[in-house]
Design a protein around this ligand. Structure first.
Ligand code: DC
Length: 232
């Protein structure tokens, strides 16, 4: 039997801080951060750019099987947690734009898309020493993960954090609009038929409403040190 690699699964709803926290946990432990939402975002952006209708499930599933997505450590000093290349083109910020936010939940509900991206995710998980952030890592993609964390926060807190993040990048942000978007994505992500957002039975749930980023990071690093022999 092969040994299960050290993988930390961090799941949770939109804007719950998975990538911010995941990046710091990964840095502390010397792990790689693999933010799996970037894959779904890259497929969505490419479909929009190519004029593929978002309702065209077959065509979008084909796209997910054929485009080449890389997540690589960042070379830029613009606050990005990593660089996203789609067929070699740097689309790191473009995948975070409003049109992608509006359509990514629909795209990620397609079984063909999920199946295509699951293979890529498992391949990277098996390399080990990876923090995987997503919605279904602990339940579907890598249920073998020795440490599973579910990050939660109320929709209002998540919308406020998302506003602050956009404004810090000099973009406009309307709280009510963002809150409505967070709620809409929660509803789609948690009710879709395939791999809906849910808490794995053996996940540690952390409600971050009243916690700072550093407190959340410390809690997860502590769990990793307890769980893994030599996590650094
Ligand atoms: O974490 P995020 O906001 O970047 O995720 C974007 C979308 O991708 C989100 O609406 C749900 C979907 N997603 C998913 O279905 N499964 C994952 N493992 C990661 C993201």
């Amino acid at each position: 039997m092969s040994t299960i690699p050290p993988v930390i699964a961090i799941d949770g709803p939109a804007a719950s801080g998975k990538s911010t926290v995941g990046k710091l946990v990964a840095e502390t432990l010397g792990f790689l951060l693999f933010d799996t939402g970037a894959l779904y975002r890259a497929v969505t952006l490419t479909a929009l750019r190519r004029g593929i209708p978002i309702e065209d499930e077959a065509c979008i599933s084909d796209l997910a099987r054929t485009i080449h997505i890389d997540l690589i450590p960042s070379q830029e000093k613009d606050g990005r947690p990593y660089t996203v290349l789609v067929d070699g083109e740097d689309l790191t910020w473009a995948i975070r734009s409003e049109p992608v936010d509006a359509h990514v939940s629909a795209v990620s509900a397609y079984p063909g898309v999920r199946e295509a991206l699951k293979h890529q995710q498992r391949r990277i998980a098996w390399q080990g020493k990876v923090v995987m952030a997503g919605r279904d890592i602990g339940t579907v993609v890598f249920p073998e993960a020795p440490l599973k964390v579910y990050l939660d926060a109320t929709p209002e807190v998540r919308a406020r954090r998302r506003c602050e993040e956009l404004r810090a990048r000099g973009e406009e942000a309307d709280f009510d609009e963002i809150l409505a978007g967070v709620r809409r994505r929660d509803a789609i992500d948690s009710t879709r038929a395939m791999a809906p957002l849910r808490i794995a039975d053996d996940a540690v749930v952390i409600n971050t409403d009243d916690m700072t980023v550093d407190e959340v990071v410390d809690a997860i690093v502590q769990l990793a040190r307890e769980r893994f022999d030599d996590p650094a």
